[in-house]
Design a protein around this ligand. Sequence first.
Ligand SMILES: *Cc1c(COP(=O)(O)O)cnc(C)c1O
Length: 415
Amino acid sequence: MPEARKMRLKSGDFVMANCNKKDNQQHFNSRCIHAGIQADPTNGALLTPIYQTTTYLQASVGNDKGYTYSRSANPTVKVLEDKLAQLEDAPSATCFSTGMAAISALALTVLKSGDHVICSDVVYGGTVRLLDQVLEKFGVTATYTDTSNPDNVKDAIQKNTKLIFIETPANPTLKLTDIAKVSQISKKHDLILAVDNTFLTAALQRPFDLGADIVIYSTTKYIDGHNATVGGAILAKDESLNEAFRYTRNCLGSIQSPFEAWLTLQGIKTLPLRLRQHSENAQAIARFLRTHHLVKNVYYPGLEDFPQYSLAKRQHQGAHGGIIAFELKGCIDVGVDFINAVALCKLAENLGAIETLITHPATMTHGPIDKKQREKIGIHDGLIRLSVGLEDPFDIINDLDQALDVVATKYKEVA
Ligand SMILES: *Cc1c(COP(=O)(O)O)cnc(C)c1O
């Protein structure tokens, strides 16, 4: 590498763009654009076509070109899979109709009746529903524990434990789990460690390098990044597991559609750029919120006083993503009124895309959970989750500021 380039890298300007590049690989930014893309053999189209087809001609019986039916595999989806695999340094990837379809396929592939799962106590609500309402009927049991302390994982292991499922940073409190430490425990007990990497993506967190066996995505979020698709993916370091996931996907019929894959391929090209800006905006907004007298706590891994700041620095690749949680002083109504007072920040249940979205977990995503349990995992009545978008950070701050003024006027006793 030319000396000038090395010097620039040392300056830290390109941390994300160059993370974990292996020999002979393009840099991460370039892979986001070019990896997996094959030149179109017929007319040279630069973008991958949408192969909107059910079936594929076979020259003679058993003589196909790798595709027989679009429930099993589709060329547009395959390009997205090849790209994801190269970004994560996995032998292959398998794409699904949604993130939950991916997590379901994971469970139905690696678990059998009688098996036990250890899961982070703060985790995407759909994962809890799948374990408690669906898999429970098939004799799979789950223990939810605070995986931010690896000793809790060790303590939760039973004779029939098969899978450890962690989400870090966790939704919505941003609690982190030390992937390397949990992976040591997992390996020692011959378990499978799956990491939901939806919040940071391969651009900012590298679970395989830290010892994970499986990486899970809701591509709905930052991977697509434009609030345009729902989708999911699973990647395993062990190719025989990837083959098993594709077998399950074919049985369940939960492959991603070619159009969703095409849109996601467009979105992913700007993944590193977007995450860098999401992170910068979030850092500025978190700093603003921390100074406001109505805000009791701000949870953002990039703040120096975040309880797991040193783990964040170690585990994340130079930035901390676009999700912030913060807690307002006062009762549940303060949270509701605040949410109703924002204008630029849109009230909607998604995250990880260019529009800033805001939710009130206690009445929305985590509403069905009993209040005591909610409080125990840090989802207090005044907790707000902000998925910081790519608008100018000053506009987002102005919007939050005026909404805070609205509640300050209404609830004088809180202010
Ligand atoms: C959204 C989400 C999921 C579920 O993905 P869908 O695409 O909505 O099915 C899983 N894990 C995390 C962390 C999520 O944010």
